[in-house]
Design a protein around this ligand. Structure first.
Ligand SMILES: O=C(O)CCC(=O)C(=O)O
Ligand SMILES: [Fe+2]
Length: 309
């Protein structure tokens, strides 16, 4: 394990401080890889409320969760220990619910206020993502709203998703991978954690030397309710002509004792399917986000051929 700096970047007074925030974001993205956002506009209470909604869903009996089944084509819905990781050769020890604005949602009868609260949470995540991505757009030499347009979640072809995740407590989890090492396929991920539910470990893309960072050095990133952990995905790496590297991360069960449950929430900015993706230096040929995704899924998941972050 290595000590690594994970800078905390404040989004306070974003419009007034945008130039300075842009400098901080690009410095962090180019050098440390991971960073956290504070003063981002989602209160700690709102994050806790969203986690409470997530827990209420995962506490439902399996037959009620299965009313929102996972669909391999859209990658939306509830999956239980179904994500096979090439890095570990085993299934991640977790269940998750993938959502898009227009996907199939759990009913409010099963989880009161689920849809409205979660939709509002997604909108706030979209606003924060737009702020960060507009800074990256400027630094990369794109128009300021380039990523906002490329990633507009109100458009029907937008692939952006929210993922509620639960790693169940288990007697036999010691030494297992709750989530195997990977980079996210999309553009930019906002990750919410809860106080005390550690397990996330990171390895910046710049410091990894193997295809899944196997054998590379990882650093634990302690869980805290409030700050948002941000990581760059493969799509933004391609879109920046590899200037901003995607970052490896994994979730490990504790080595001793019974690991308690862990909840996390990830918001994946994944672009609009029909948008043509190309970096400002044109290092790679132009390709639609949809084509790029299909290639990336085949590379990362081979025969399992399903979209997963
Ligand atoms: O639960 C976490 O902290 C990580 C989740 C994650 O990496 C993913 O879903 O891609
Ligand atoms: Fe991830």
């Amino acid at each position: 394990m290595a000590e690594r700096l994970v800078p905390a970047i404040s989004l306070k007074d974003f419009d007034k401080r945008k130039d300075y925030i842009t400098q901080q974001l690009i410095e962090a993205a180019e050098h440390t890889g991971f960073f956290t956002l504070v003063d981002h506009g989602i209160s700690k209470e709102d994050v806790e409320a969203q986690f409470a909604i997530s827990k209420a869903f995962f506490d439902l009996p399996a037959e009620l969760k299965a009313k929102t089944p996972h669909d391999n084509i859209s990658n939306n819905g509830w999956e239980y220990k179904a994500q096979l990781r090439p890095s570990t050769g085993t299934y991640d020890q977790k269940e998750s619910l993938w959502l898009q604005r227009k996907s199939h949602w759990p009913s409010d009868k099963d989880v009161p206020h689920f849809r409205q609260s979660t939709t509002e949470f997604m909108s706030k995540c979209a606003e924060i993502s737009d702020q960060v991505l507009s800074c990256f757009a400027i630094a990369l030499g794109f128009e300021e709203d380039y990523f906002k347009i490329a990633n507009d979640p109100s458009q029907p072809d937008c692939l952006t998703q929210l993922r509620l995740i639960h790693y169940p407590a288990s007697e036999d989890a010691v030494g297992t991978w709750r989530a195997g090492s990977h980079t996210d396929i999309g553009c930019l991920t906002l990750l919410f954690q809860r106080d005390g539910e550690d397990g996330l470990e990171i390895c910046p893309g710049r410091e990894s030397h193997t295809s899944f960072a196997i054998g590379d050095t990882f650093t634990p990133l302690p869980a805290e309710t409030g700050p948002i952990v941000v990581n760059i995905g493969d799509m933004l790496m391609a879109w920046s002509d590899d200037r901003l590297k995607s970052n490896f991360h994994r979730v490990r069960a504790k080595d001793v004792g019974k690991p308690s449950s862990r909840y996390s929430i990830a918001y994946f900015n994944q672009g609009r399917r029909d948008f043509v993706l190309q970096g400002p230096l044109k290092k790679y040929p132009p390709m639609t986000v949809g084509e790029w995704f299909a290639q990336s899924v085949a590379r990362n998941f081979g025969s399992q051929a399903k979209v997963a972050a």
